[in-house]
Design a protein around this ligand. Structure first.
Ligand code: ADP
Ligand code: ZN
Ligand code: ZN
Length: 733
């Protein structure tokens, strides 16, 4: 007799599934991959996911443990997701149980039911007014509740009813037949407002051509929609989403950050004939499960979400879109590291549905795929209507006096913008008042005790803050080394810029938007509302301002701090800088007035800046691709980064040295670089080192990892370090 064995992905750091016997009462015929099981592991009980069944196990039958119980009849992971995660665990060389866990909403990991929580709405029935007078005499509290409902003919949600009467009172009114309760899906997916969806603008000829190219064919195809900022990519998505909904299917739209979702979601909800559901990290666990469940049931027409939404189950998938596909925040960089974009493309292929990657500044990986014909390449080169791309100018600041980092020509330009009734944006990707606090007498620097980094001075909060570990301490009154009180703040952050500009142009003219002023969705929305009101303003901000926003009155952008990235060690620094400059520039001139972008620099002849100014990102990207090919760097090579860290410096280096030997012994066409200290060698009190693996062919890299990784855990120093592998790393820090 063969024994049926359950292979279960259990959340623990083991590479493979664990084998269990089925619980006694289970009908073997109803077993399906993707169902959750509660299983014992050691003395713990964990929630795992059934991956497959097998007839027999390598483990002796008497040593097999029995799964405790099954949690789902209907699998929580659809077959395409099981396949995706199975592939991802192998590709990213990450334990299958942790991968499966990462794909589930938190409440499902805890064993909760995979259902949404209905919203109860109460409503008075039609003839209720006639009963009110009578009720007032006999049951005044019921009467008061009824009166409230009569004042709200659209009904009141139980959850949003200030001083809601006791449940018993509502039940009695219900029993009298005076009020009714409705069970509604949670607000994340309420149907669109009853009025007709707002009208779409007539597509431009360029958009029409793009739509034609994107629609052509059936089944899987991956397309890059490369469109300059403001060219109407979102408009194109809207048409494709509408096609998909009309065909009775669902769509998934991935976006980099939650900061952008309110504007975008509003636009989708106004335009699309089906419920739009949002999934992002700012939601409660309950809200996330609600959205997840509604997507799985097919009630959500469009799901908009940040990277983890790539794992949302859909009943009738029809279209996938990744907006700002180049954005590094689409990559998960801790724990189970993955690229949500790459996973989504894989999933689309598996489901045989189209996927569109959109960006004004495509990643070089995607651009290469498009240029070599693996992806469809669709371009939008101009802005619709009268909006023109902004003019770009380099502002040579060598030997010019600077005020809080701003040169006189830049200040003049800002003044002119305000005088013309327009808005200006000053971009500096560094928050706080000043990045350095220095003793004028002895040269002491305020440095973080846990990182190889300096404290940033935050003047309003009167704190020194480390931007790498978030530790803070009070600002010292005097130098701890020599006792001098001559402590000076060197350099500038957005807080200093704001203070200076407020002094120069008036505080009411300056709005600062960065993590310190706009933490949390509501603060950001409030600040953005001021900008959208359209009065003449100077916006000061970090990359929070760089993406996606549409500010019609913004005509001038001044970029500070560009020089830093020109001399970075990371080979991707130039690409990131170019993307950021292009995205910030894209905020200007989206209305009828032309925009201008000024980039302050000490290196006006630098080839990167020259190319960007004269050829834009498109030219820069194509040149950089040629250079990467020449240098044998991604996307023409494939990387994996083995990282190790520990409280003292020796073990990470020793572990990686041993790992290197182990990798060398396994052989293969893979170049090993390191071990070397990480660019920031100490962070949060931990010493970090890394070993880079570089291969010109992906299979060679993965074959080596398959062979060598299982051995790394047994190396002499493995127990003394925390180590991790990052396949296709986006940051080499
Ligand atoms: P992107 O996503 O490329 O930044 P959007 O789709 O947000 O561009 O479009 C930029 C602006 O142009 C928006 O204000 C949008 O309403 C407008 N727009 C886009 N397409 C058209 C069109 N065909 N006709 C008129 N206005 C358009
Ligand atoms: Zn000193
Ligand atoms: Zn620190």
């Amino acid at each position: 007799m063969t024994t049926i064995v359950l292979r279960v992905a259990v959340p623990c750091p083991l590479p493979r599934c664990l084998d269990y016997l089925p619980p006694d009462d289970i009908d073997i015929g109803t077993l399906a991959a993707g169902q959750r099981f509660e299983v014992p592991l050691g003395r713990r009980r964990l929630v795992g996911v059934l991956w497959e069944t097998a007839s027999g196990s390598d483990i002796a039958p008497e040593r097999l443990r029995k799964a405790i119980r099954r949690l789902d009849e209907a699998p929580v992971l659809t077959p395409d997701l099981v396949a995706l995660l199975d592939w991802a665990a192998r590709y990213y060389h990450h334990p299958i149980g942790e991968v499966a866990q990462a794909a589930l909403p938190v409440l499902l990991r805890q064993g909760k039911a995979p259902c949404w929580q209905p919203l109860t709405r109460w409503r008075a029935v039609e003839n209720a007014p006639e009963a009110l007078a009578e009720l007032e005499r006999r049951a005044p509290r019921q009467a008061a509740a009824l009166a409230r409902l009569l004042a709200h003919p659209e009904g009141l949600d139980e959850a949003h009813w200030p001083d809601r009467p006791e449940a018993a009172i509502l039940r009695r009114l219900e029993a009298r037949g005076l009020i009714r309760r409705e069970s509604l899906p949670p607000p994340a997916v309420l149907p669109p407002p009853p009025e007709a969806p707002s009208a779409a603008p007539e597509p431009t000829p360029e958009q029409r051509a793009a739509l034609h190219a994107l629609r052509e064919g059936t089944g899987f195809r991956c397309s890059l929609l490369e469109g300059v900022t403001g060219s109407g990519k979102t408009e194109v998505y809207l048409h494709l989403l509408e096609d998909c909904l009309r065909a009775g299917r669902q769509a998934l739209l991935l976006v980099p950050e939650i900061g952008l979702t309110p504007q975008l979601t509003r636009r989708l909800r106004e335009r699309l004939p089906a419920p739009v559901t949002v999934i992002h990290s700012g939601m409660s666990d309950r809200e996330r499960l609600d959205a997840w469940a509604l997507a799985r049931e097919g009630r959500a027409g469009v799901v908009v979400g940040t990277r983890s939404a790539v794992f949302t189950p859909l009943a009738r998938p029809g279209l996938f879109i990744v907006d700002e596909e180049h954005d590094p925040s689409l990559a998960q960089q801790e724990g189970f590291r993955y690229s949500a974009r790459d996973l989504l493309v894989w999933r689309a292929r598996r489901l045989d549905i189209p996927v569109v990657l959109g960006s004004a500044t495509p990643s070089l990986e995607t651009l290469r795929n498009a240029l070599e014909g693996r992806y469809r390449h669709v371009r939008l080169a101009s802005r619709p209507g009268r909006a023109r791309p902004p003019r770009r100018r380099l502002l040579d600041i060598r030997s010019r006096p600077l005020h809080a980092g701003l040169s006189e020509p830049a200040l003049e330009a800002i003044g002119q913008t305000l005088a013309a009734g327009d808005q200006a944006l000053v971009f500096l990707n560094r928050r706080g008042f000043a990045p350095v606090l220095l003793c004028h007498d002895c040269g002491w620097l305020a440095e973080c005790e846990r990182c190889d980094a300096r404290y940033t001075l935050h003047r309003k909060q009167q704190r020194l803050r480390c931007h790498h570990c978030e530790s803070t301490r009070p600002v010292p009154r005097q130098c701890p080394e020599c006792g001098s009180q001559a402590l000076i703040a060197v350099g500038e952050g957005t807080e200093r810029l704001e203070a200076f500009l407020a002094e120069r142009f008036g505080a009411e003219r300056v709005v600062r938007i960065d993590r310190d002023t706009a933490g949390g969705r509501h603060r950001l929305e409030r600040l953005l509302a001021r900008v959208h009101a359209g009065e003449p303003l100077i916006l000061v901000g970090t990359q929070m301002l760089a993406k996606g926003h549409d500010f019609p009155r913004l005509t001038r952008v001044v970029v500070l701090g560009a020089d830093q990235a020109l001399h970075s060690l990371d080979f991707r620094a130039g690409e990131r800088l170019a993307q950021r400059l292009e995205q910030v520039a894209g905020r200007a001139g989206r209305g009828v007035r032309p925009g201008e972008v000024l980039v302050q620099t000490h290196f006006p002849e630098h080839p990167l800046l020259q190319t960007l100014v004269h050829e834009g990102y498109a030219g820069f990207a194509r040149r950089t691709l040629a250079e990467r090919r020449e240098a044998g760097l991604p996307p023409y090579a494939h990387l994996a980064l083995l990282r190790a860290e520990a409280p003292s410096p020796a073990p990470p280096e020793a572990f990686l040295a041993a790992a290197r030997q182990c990798l060398e012994a396994a052989g293969g066409e893979v170049t090993l670089l390191g071990p070397a200290p990480a660019p920031m060698a100490r962070r949060q009190g931990r010493h970090r080192a890394q070993l880079l693996l570089l291969a010109s062919e992906r299979p060679a890299l993965h074959a080596l990892l398959d062979k060598a990784l299982p051995r790394l855990g047994t190396l002499p120093h493995a127990g003394r370090v925390r180590w991790s592998l990052d396949v296709d790393p986006v940051e080499l820090y």
